[in-house]
Design a protein around this ligand. Sequence first.
Ligand code: SF4
Ligand code: SF4
Length: 241
Amino acid sequence: MPRAAIEWQAGLSYLASQGLNLVASFSVSGLPRQLQDQLTAQIPDSSRFASLILTANAGRDFWEALQSSGPQGRDPVDHFSLTVSQTLVERNLDGAEHQVLYPGPFSISLSELGQLAGWHHPSPIGNGIHPKYGLWFAYRSLLLVGQDLPHQAVPRQASPCDSCVDKPCMSACPGQAVHFGHPLALNACIKHRISDHSSCRDRCLSRLACPVGAAYRYDEDQLQYHYLHSLESLELWLDPE
Ligand code: SF4
Ligand code: SF4
């Protein structure tokens, strides 16, 4: 096996050891037109990079790796994701030239890339749903790199929502925000989340009710971290004073 392929495999093992257990890579020139347009609108010279690497965590391993590393920075999740992703570039891709797209100020559709990777189907609660991990995965980094990489994606499967008979995510939502076949009713969700004594301050009851990938549900401390963090951002957005 060529050295570059061996290093890429070693890099995937490293990412998995840090909880970034979903990894996809794409040739930049082979991306669908709308994604290429998003890239060139924001990074005019993006065509000088050969590949795009997308990472996500699925299940609880990422949180455990983050806690073991000692959380750092104002946003420890982003800090850790970037540190791990850039370590991959340094260690396994010969320090190739790269540009971080996410986390960061750029707006590239992670859900479109997740669909290309074979991970992501739309769900009634807004989060992507994965055929194996259900709603318990999250995008962590997106990098342009100046090195050719093997195409890495899994074949797209049917959405778990299509065969879900009872659709318990709908009845579990106290804000009546979840309706199959429609996008999440965001205003209704926000109204419930910020209400006094809301049951959704530190969790989404619909997400917890989904039976797909139940073995990969986040632990209580990870759930609370993410939802209280998003609630704080939401309250700041609603009342910047
Ligand atoms: S409960 Fe069923 S319909 Fe709702 S997100 Fe899960 S799989 Fe989809
Ligand atoms: S956070 Fe609460 S109100 Fe919002 S979708 Fe989830 S269950 Fe419904």
